[in-house]
Design a binder for this molecule. Structure first.
Ligand code: GLU
Length: 446
């Protein structure tokens, strides 16, 4: 529920940003948490912090022309939304997916801002991408697209300005082509301009694993508050991209068994536990589909178009995409005895799903807290780039684990302080907002 004053502010956001439904959803979720904060700190209303936070500092939209392998011309639309730089340079990934539009990029940028604040690292919030579909494209086509994209984006980014990274459809391959083009245009080997780079050209160990590992660490921390652990638990991980793969790896390392994963075509149910080597081979080396996993793995079952959330489990990690877990899915999870959910993707649970989990007392870690490990490790990559240093895997993973524990604890304690014990959604929204809002007040009206 929104209180009256906040409701008016929300209506204004809806009017100013007509049709951007995912952005409205993300804004509403944060504003729903802020009533008690605005009552406690009247200076935020005086400085119009809410209105300013909901308006990106700048929004760049550009044409991306490129040619496919047959010489045919294609036109895509590129975006970079620089949301807020009160805490540091804009920071956030690029998403290449046919669903990308301004509303999606703004929802992601808005979430990113609070997520980045929760990490405690000096990074502001931004997001970008294009409605380009890399699926089925050759390496050469992807390269030409990335080069054309960077030919516009280079003028907006920089180590101290705006630091993009990967997201859905943008991994090390795409970042390589983007970085190569940036280096060529600017004549600078500016490692800190992008994160998620390959290990041989300025990348950091653990960045690849960080979002998935971090989500598993967050889940473990939530369970700990109820004196439980992942040991012996069955788990569902939706998706089978970078976040899902490394969430599965860490759940297994912490003693749980992942019995299902998915892609946009279907679901695989593997009661013996997902064979991660096989899944990685298919996804990372062959760039294949999980249907191929089910074909190769005895004892597993492929459910075309099925909902993964119908499979009974103890804990769940939605790691695919926004609004993939609906009220109906939440009801099935609750009925089957699921006790905890941590979001590896950005906003994968619908607002109705979140409410159902809260009503049933399911531990629920929202994405802006639970999946912050990726961007936190990006900040560690920036730190290594700035000092021309390279940290070991063990040291970096230790830092990631510490950061996730801190994020968990600040969300947990903030929720208690504001009268909502156990509500990680409120805890994350309030704690993230306070960091950004205080910095904005301190920096004046800029
Ligand atoms: N796209 C990731 C996220 O949603 C990572 C962003 C980054 O590392 O900058 O947080």
């Amino acid at each position: 529920m929104l209180d009256e004053k906040v409701d008016l502010l929300f209506e204004e956001v809806v009017q100013r940003n007509a049709g951007e439904v995912e952005f409205h959803q993300a804004v509403r979720e944060v504003l729903e948490s802020l009533g008690p904060v605005l009552a406690k700190y009247p200076e935020f209303a005086r400085a119009k912090i809410i209105q300013r936070i909901c308006e990106p500092e700048s929004q760049i939209i550009f044409r991306v022309p490129w040619t496919d392998d047959r010489g045919e011309v294609h036109i895509n639309r590129g975006f970079r939304v620089e949301f807020n730089s009160a805490l540091g340079p804009y920071k956030g990934g690029l998403r290449f997916h046919p669903s990308v539009n301004l509303g999606i990029v703004k929802f992601l940028g808005f979430e990113q801002l609070f997520k980045n604040a929760l990490t405690g690292m000096p990074i502001g919030g931004g997001k970008g991408g294009a409605d380009f579909d890399p699926k089925g494209r050759s390496d050469d086509e992807v390269m030409r697209f990335c080069q054309s994209f960077m030919l516009e984006m280079y003028r907006h980014i920089g180590e101290y300005t705006d630091v993009p990274a990967g997201d859905i459809g943008v991994g090390t391959r795409e970042l390589g082509y983007l970085f190569g083009q940036y280096k060529r245009i600017t004549n600078r080997y500016e490692s800190g301009v992008l994160t998620g780079k390959g290990i041989d050209w300025g990348g950091a160990l653990v960045r690849r694993e960080a979002t998935g590992y971090g989500a598993a660490f967050f889940l473990e921390q939530m369970l700990k508050t109820r004196k439980q652990s992942l040991e012996g638990m069955t788990c569902l991980v939706s998706g089978s991209g970078n976040v899902a793969l490394y969430a599965i790896e860490k759940v297994h390392a912490l003693g749980g068994t992942v019995i299902g994963c998915s892609d946009s075509d279907g679901v695989v149910h593997d009661p013996d536990g997902i064979d991660l080597d096989l899944l990685r081979e298919i996804k990372e080396v062959r760039r294949g589909r999980i249907l191929h996993y089910a074909e190769a793995r005895k004892g597993s079952q492929y459910l075309p178009h099925g909902s993964i959330w119908q499979i009974p489990c103890d804990v769940a990690l939605p790691c695919a995409t926004q609004n993939e877990l609906t009220a109906k899915d939440a009801a099935a999870l609750i009925k089957n005895g699921c006790i905890a959910v941590a979001e590896g993707a950005n906003m994968p649970t619908t607002p109705e799903g979140v409410r159902a989990f809260a009503a049933a007392g399911v531990l629920f870690g929202p994405g802006k807290a639970a999946n912050a490990g990726g961007v936190a490790t990006s900040a560690l990559e920036m730190q290594q780039n700035a000092s021309r240093d390279r940290w070991s895997f063990e040291h970096t993973e230790e830092r990631l684990s510490e950061i996730m524990t801190n994020i968990h604890d600040i969300c947990f304690h903030t929720a208690e302080e504001f009268g909502a014990p156990g509500d990680y959604v409120k805890g994350a929204n309030i704690a993230g907002f306070l960091r950004v809002a205080r910095a904005m007040v301190a920096l004046g009206l800029v």
